[in-house]
Write a protein that binds this ligand. Structure first.
Ligand SMILES: Nc1ncnc2c1ncn2[C@@H]1O[C@H](COP(=O)(O)OP(=O)(O)OP(=O)(O)O)[C@@H](O)[C@H]1O
Ligand SMILES: [Mg+2]
Length: 115
């Protein structure tokens, strides 16, 4: 099992939810977060004030966590690249980590059966 963590533009949440629904993901956790990437939150033409040295600026993003079977990971990445990218900086990032165990509290099911 893998946890896929996606940090995306808030306006792309609906399309991401559709992708995860199509892939029959068992659940997801979503939070609103603030963050920055390599541009440190500068937005072209907005906070590039002449002669003014801005510090790091944090922009609102949505963080989606979803734990899935290993076999689903690559197709989710492809669909996200296809449907969530705008081609502009700030499209977001995907992080993936191994999950050792999952347990459905109600039934005691474990592993992929618990997803
Ligand atoms: N290395 C990182 N560690 C943790 N969170 C990150 C990292 N890079 C990006 N993020 C999160 O992802 C969000 C979107 O990042 P962003 O898409 O701007 O990344 P980037 O590397 O600057 O790519 P791009 O050049 O396409 O903008 C950030 O606001 C932050 O919340
Ligand atoms: Mg960026």
């Amino acid at each position: 099992m893998k946890e896929i963590i996606l940090i995306i533009r808030p306006e792309k949440l609906e399309v991401l939810k559709s992708i995860l629904d199509e892939k029959n993901c068992g659940g997801m956790t979503i939070s609103t977060v603030m963050g920055c990437g390599t541009q440190k939150g500068t937005v072209e033409g907005v906070n590039e004030i002449k002669g003014f040295k801005t510090t790091i600026n944090l922009l609102p993003k949505v963080r989606v966590e979803v734990v899935v079977e290993d076999s689903k990971v690559e197709q989710i990445i492809l669909d996200v690249r296809e449907k969530v990218a705008t081609g502009h900086v700030g499209d977001g990032k995907i992080f993936i980590r191994n999950i050792e165990e999952a347990i459905r509290i109600r039934t005691g099911e474990r592993g992929e059966k618990a997803l």
